[in-house]
Structures are given as C-alpha cells and as structure tokens.
Design a protein around this ligand. Structure first.
Ligand SMILES: Cc1cc2nc3c(=O)[nH]c(=O)nc-3n(C[C@H](O)[C@H](O)[C@H](O)COP(=O)(O)OP(=O)(O)OC[C@H]3O[C@@H](n4cnc5c(N)ncnc54)[C@H](O)[C@@H]3O)c2cc1C
Length: 424
C-alpha cells in the first residue's frame, strides 16, 4: 500500500513528474483535490540540457530538482517514489512497485523512452540520453574512451576509441554533436596533449536528406554549416542499419569503427499495462481527445509526451516537446477545477512558441512564430529561454555562472569518471 491518508477530498493521482506532471501538480495547488504524485525518481529532470551534462559541460545536480523540495508547503499533496506498473481501470486502482493506490481521477504523464526500432544490437551497444542515468553513463563512457585511446595496443584500436558516432540528426543529435565538437577543440588538447595531433572524430548520421527535419530548410542548412565548420562529419541520407561491439554499419554500404555510439534517433511511449491495445499508437503513445481524455476510459487522462492528440494543424499528433506538455497540463488543471465549479470544459489548442537548437558555445538556429534567425543572437535567445525555464533561483544562478565561466575560459566543469562499485 502507498499509505495515502483519506482527506475526504477527491483524489487526483499523477503518474510522472516531468514537465507535464510538474506543471499540472503546481497548477492544482489550493484546489479542492487531494494530489498524489508518483514518480520512479525522487527528482524532476530538465532534458533540454542533458547534452551539456553528457559532454561534461554541466554538473547533473544543476538540472535535477528534488520533488520534496519543489512541493514543500503544498497542502494535502503526497509524493511517493514508486514505479507504476499497471492500472486496474474497473476498480480505479493503480498497481505500483510500492503497492496499490486508489484514484478518483488519474493523470498519466509518464513520458517516453528510447525506441531502437527493434534493433537489439543498437540497444545493447549504443548510449542514449533519455534519463539522467543514461546521460551519466554516456559521459563516463566518453571519458573512458579518451583514456583507453592512450593505452590502446595499436592504431586501429586507438581509432575505435576516438571515433564518436551520433545517430539521429534531430535537435538532440545536433546539440550533442555541437557540444562534443567544442570539447574536441578546446578541452582535448589541454587535457590530453598526446591527442593533439590525433583528435577524436565525430560523425553525425541522419537517415533523412537534411538535419533538423522539423525546422525550415534554411535552419537545417545553417546547422549543417555550423557543424561542418566545427569539424563534424555530417552524413545525411544515410541509415545506420546495425552495429556490433566496435562497428556501426551504414546504408548505403559503409561502416565506421567505433566504441562510442550515441543514439538519439527514436522514441516510444513508456508502457503501463491495463489498457486495451486500441488506445495505443504504433509508437506507444496513448490516444486522447481534445480534453486529454483516454477514449472509453472514465476519469483517466494522458498529457505530455505519452499523449497523442490530433488537431486540424497536427493530423499526426503534436511534437513531443516541453511546450506541448506544459500547455496540456495547464489546461487539464483548469478543466479539472471546472469539474468542481460545474463550468464547461475547454478544448486544447496548441500554441507553437517556436523551435530552436544550439550548436556549441555560441551558435543556435531559432524559429519563433514570426521570425527565424541563426548565429550568436540565436544563442543568446536560446540561453535566456532555457535559463528562465529552469526550476529554482539557485539552479538558474549556478547554470548562469557556469555558462559565463565557460564562455570566458572555454573550460568545462565535470570531467570525472564516476562509476558504481564493481566497475573499474
Ligand atoms: C535529450 C533531450 C533533449 C530535449 N530537448 C528539448 C528542448 O530543447 N526543447 C523541448 O521543448 N523539448 C526537448 N525535449 C523533449 C522534452 O524533454 C519532452 O517533450 C518533455 O520532457 C515531455 O515531458 P513529459 O512530462 O511528458 O515527460 P518526461 O519529462 O519524460 O517525464 C516523465 C516522468 O515520468 C516518470 N516515469 C516514467 N515511467 C514511470 C512509471 N512507470 N512510474 C512512475 N514514474 C514514471 C519519469 O521518471 C519522469 O519523471 C528533449 C528531450 C530529450 C530526451
């Protein structure tokens, strides 16, 4: 049992405290509901800056926020660290790793995970960036590869440790590529003087014919130009069709020897059992109506990355980005309050506030609703928006000073290999 006291109020259980879960939970403050938040982690994470942690540019504690601190002082809010496994919709109960819990209203905000499109090899041999645990693992491996390149038995072995292959040329792939190029230019020669003449080589592989497919062709072209200027080998129209321990195989027929594959190419919904298969899309998202209600299930809602809703402008569902999660959560909180007052519910309509991707320390491509721009001004806009979105003044200040320090010194903060007991 999750031991939640009965306060006499209707109970809303929120599964997951990412952008969607956090926003709806905050918006329900002082409502007439009891709120229970269940997450398998005891913190909220900020994925847009994962690539900076992966490339040793930011300390992970700057982008993680303890849930209990966020919700200090919230009345009749209860947090449980547990993994939700299934829903018993007939009895309005959730089954979790910590026991069962009853709900009156259930809000699913448990997000998405990596999809390897069925490739077991890719899953086993690549590193991903969907959770902070994966990001730290990626960083450790990256740094271990630099160390191993120095003690490699021969040139071919050394090459494998120094080749970095990023698969997926969307915003995450472009951002990690840019950050690694910067590391290659400014950090490697100082930390590893022996690698000055034999630096890591970074490849960015994209199956479509251009990077940043979700942005305009001009932004794609600019991003490619920035990356190539920084020394990245960009291969578009190229599919990674398989891999093993030290090779990535490409279509059309080629291969790259590497010990470092970074996978950013696919995502699918996190799975919770108990629903009819009909509610899922092929990529595991849950189909909802314009009120975020799951079809044929009473009092159950899905928001954020896990939800799949169509609008006239979005016949294939919304993009899986933070703004969709935040806007859906705000509206659902307001609608749940309307349930108490008896007011009619409002339909969701996505307001696209823009898309951006940063490349290295001072370049970005930015597309706002009425204006597109690239370069250093784009980077300032990117920096401002991300800084403002970070939870907590302390974290804002830490990240701001970290960026300012990096900007002036070209140095990075955390190049430590920290592994759990049992690893060398
Ligand atoms: C590397 C990376 C970079 C990104 N950059 C950007 C960007 O620049 N701009 C942008 O708009 N978007 C970006 N995104 C996308 C954005 O992060 C997501 O759209 C957003 O996080 C979705 O929010 P969510 O609340 O739906 O899911 P999430 O933020 O994924 O939160 C899901 C929560 O559910 C919890 N959970 C999962 N399963 C269970 C379970 N079974 N039981 C209990 N808890 C569970 C997780 O621990 C997590 O806390 C990026 C994503 C990644 C991975």
């Amino acid at each position: 049992m999750l031991n939640i006291p009965d306060s006499g109020k209707k109970r809303i259980v929120i599964v997951g405290c990412g952008f969607a879960g956090l926003t709806i939970a905050r918006k329900l403050k002082n409502s007439d509901y009891q709120v229970v938040i269940i997450d398998k982690h005891n913190y909220h994470q900020f994925p847009p800056l994962f690539y900076q942690v992966a490339s040793a540019g930011l300390d992970e504690s700057s982008i993680l926020f303890p849930l209990r601190k966020i919700f200090q002082g919230y009345n009749d809010y209860h947090i449980r660290k547990a993994e939700v496994r299934s829903v018993d919709t007939a009895n309005k109960k959730l089954v979790t790793s910590g026991g069962t819990i009853r709900y009156d209203y259930l809000v699913l905000a448990h997000g998405a995970t990596n999809s390897y499109f069925g490739s077991v090899q890719m899953q086993n041999h690549s590193k991903a960036m969907k959770t902070i645990a994966e990001v730290i693992d990626l960083r450790n491996n990256l740094l271990m590869n630099f160390e191993n390149s120095l003690i490699a038995a021969d040139e071919s072995e050394r090459e494998k440790h120094l080749n970095i292959v990023i698969i997926g040329g969307g915003p995450s792939g472009v951002e990690i590529a840019g950050a690694l190029a910067e590391m290659n230019k400014h950090i490697i020669p100082k930390d590893y003087p022996e690698l000055r003449t034999n630096r890591p080589r970074i490849f960015l592989i994209e199956a479509a014919d251009r990077l940043l497919n979700i942005m305009s062709p001009r932004s794609s072209m600019k991003a490619r130009e920035f990356l190539e200027d920084a020394g990245i080998k960009v291969l578009t129209g190229t599919k990674a069709v398989g891999c093993d321990e030290d090779t990535v195989y490409l279509d059309p027929g080629d291969s790259i020897k590497t010990k470092m594959i970074i996978w950013t190419a696919g995502i699918k919904g996190n799975l919770i059992d108990g629903f009819d298969n009909k509610v899922f899309t092929k990529s595991g998202r849950i189909i909802v109506d314009r009120f975020n209600r799951i079809m044929n299930y009473e009092d159950i809602y899905a928001i954020g990355d896990i939800a799949w809703m169509t609008e006239e402008k979005y016949p294939n569902g919304h993009p899986q980005v933070a703004q969709v999660a935040i806007q859906q959560s705000k509206l659902l909180a307001a609608n749940l309050k309307r349930r108490i007052t008896g007011d009619p519910w409002k339909e969701f309509r996505y307001r696209d506030l823009g898309t951006m991707a940063t490349i290295g320390r001072h370049l970005a491509v930015v597309e706002l609703p009425f204006v597109h721009f690239q370069g250093i001004f784009g980077w300032y806009v990117w920096m401002f928006i991300h800084l403002m979105s970070i939870v907590g003044v302390r974290n804002k200040l830490i990240i701001f000073f970290n960026w300012a320090w990096k900007y002036i010194t070209y140095d990075q903060s955390t190049r430590l290999i920290l592994r759990p007991k049992g690893y060398s």
